[in-house]
Design a protein around this ligand. Sequence first.
Ligand code: CTP
Ligand code: MG
Length: 370
Amino acid sequence: MKVTAIICAAGKGERAGFDKNKLLAPLWGAPALWHTLNKFDMPEIGEVIITSSKDDFEEISALAAPFDFAVVAGGATRTESVKNALEVATGDIVLIHDGARPFLSRTLIKKCIDGVKKHRSAICAVGVTDTAVYRDLQRLDRTALKLIQTPQGFFTEDIKKAYAHAGDRSYTDDSAVYAEYIAKPTIIDGELQNRKLTFKEDFDVPPLPPYSSGRVGFGVDTHAFGEGNCVTLGGVKIECDRALIAHSDGDVLAHAVMDALLSAAGLDDIGHYFPDTDSKFKDADSMQLLIGTAAMVKQAGYVPVNLSASIQAEKPRLKNYIEQIKQNLSRALSIPVSAVAVGAGTCEGLGFVGKGLGITAYATVTLREV
Ligand code: CTP
Ligand code: MG
């Protein structure tokens, strides 16, 4: 069964008091929303749709691009935003989640999907541990209270029907719409860590723990110069008075990154999977091979976290092409551009690179478990 995730990000974040949407404010060195998107980048989720205001559309689209997630225009209220996203949802099951809750675990996402399969709906909520009173100090029975979170999961046709009935009425969450028009929703255990970023203080969080399953891989590749008028590096064709001799398109940088990925995942090296004796790879587009390598690594249970690469070339001059190379690599690996570093330098006339005989590329990647 295909699962769609709707990530609500079309708010203004007024209570947080930044000079922009709180979801674009930094958390652990990246926009807060990036962390939420990263959590939903998992095999169980077949489609992700993000709601965005007009003002943030460009910035949110740039964050979504490496993940291949869709962005739709939100509305003036959360209810309207969800309604717009539901219109284009194609999954059988839909999980609706606040972009402002980046701290949830992937285990909770899986529990929510399983909850829908079992109970038709699954609303994450936690119990109350503090004593609860009304403003006039009259006591509330805290054992009867729950604090509702997201994700909230439903069969897509049910929640679409509920929102159609809701018309122009506005609700603070989706379980309220479901409860009013479909049935009493099922509550499942949420997570205390799954807090919502509402105020500025909510962004004061302890530093990220190191990735416990982090794996590092190193890759290197060299090609010699021959006759020609262009070299390809990171998928960018760069004019040059020579070309790199190769069976494929000779993209040394893409090859070094592929080797680093395979090595970090504990797989065999590039020559094993893409032998230069195989006519299939004659003049191959190495960026397509890189995308294929990333898919193999994902199959082995890992996805990239960051890439650091360095190119040694006496010519051509690479400075003006680095940004495009970074964007291509970011797209191929589904990581943000900020997680891709590409350096370039000459060898001061020393060795084969210095003598202009060829180009060498080095790459290091880290992986996390899917
Ligand atoms: N949201 C949305 N469309 C809206 C309003 C809110 O998609 N018209 C999203 C927010 O981006 C947020 C989630 O719904 O991820 C929960 O809303 P909330 O925490 O209230 O965020 P904001 O509305 O942005 O914040 P504030 O109410 O402080 O302005
Ligand atoms: Mg709001």
